[in-house]
Design a protein around this ligand. Structure first.
Ligand code: NI
Length: 184
């Protein structure tokens, strides 16, 4: 099942998401999240973006031809906890399925260690760096109620105000179904 993607301005994107009770059957939900993400040509999708305030996100960088390092990077992260981040912060232009047609440079630390469960409740603790770390950091922010535009300067944010207001009203072009909080 393909969910509509929740747009900027919806309160679910600003809430700290809650842990999923261990052992809960989430296989169908995880499949639906992959399906929703692929339909929107995203490389990451967090549960709040489909209206669910739970600590779960999926990533899939395997379709990016110019990023060979991501060719095995397809995973679900359940109840993840970033244990630490390290390395020199680096900038990259990020986008977000909940904030369509806006891309801005965000600086993030180069490396991280994260513990998480997969969709079958197998436990992992792993290190990631580079683009993998960045995708995880962006999605992890979603379950903390944070968005990439929060990192921008006040000036940049002011410049985006009109576009963001339009997105909240659903006045934005996307190739995927959206759910806009202020759509009349
Ligand atoms: Ni996002």
């Amino acid at each position: 099942m393909i969910y509509p993607i929740v747009m900027y301005g919806d309160p679910v994107l600003r809430k700290k998401a809650k842990d999923i009770e261990k052992g809960t059957d989430i296989l169908e939900l995880v499949n639906d999240m992959y399906e929703t993400m692929h339909a929107a040509h995203g490389i990451g999708l967090a549960a709040p973006q489909i209206g669910k305030g739970i600590r779960l996100f999926v990533v899939d960088g395997t379709t990016l031809e110019d990023e060979p390092k991501l060719k095995d990077f397809k995973k679900a992260f359940v109840n993840p906890v970033i244990l630490y981040e390290s390395g020199t912060p680096w900038g990259f232009e990020e986008g977000c399925l909940s904030i369509p047609n806006i891309r801005e440079e965000v600086e993030r630390p180069e490396k991280l260690r994260i513990k998480y469960f997969d969709e079958n409740w197998n436990a992992f603790e792993e290190d990631f760096d580079g683009m993998k770390a960045r995708i995880i950091q962006h999605e992890y922010d979603h379950i903390e109620g944070k968005l990439f535009i929060d990192y921008l300067t006040p000036l940049k944010k002011r410049m985006l105000k009109g576009k963001l207001a339009d997105i909240s009203k659903g006045e934005v072009d996307t190739e995927y179904r959206i759910l806009a909080p202020l759509k009349k």
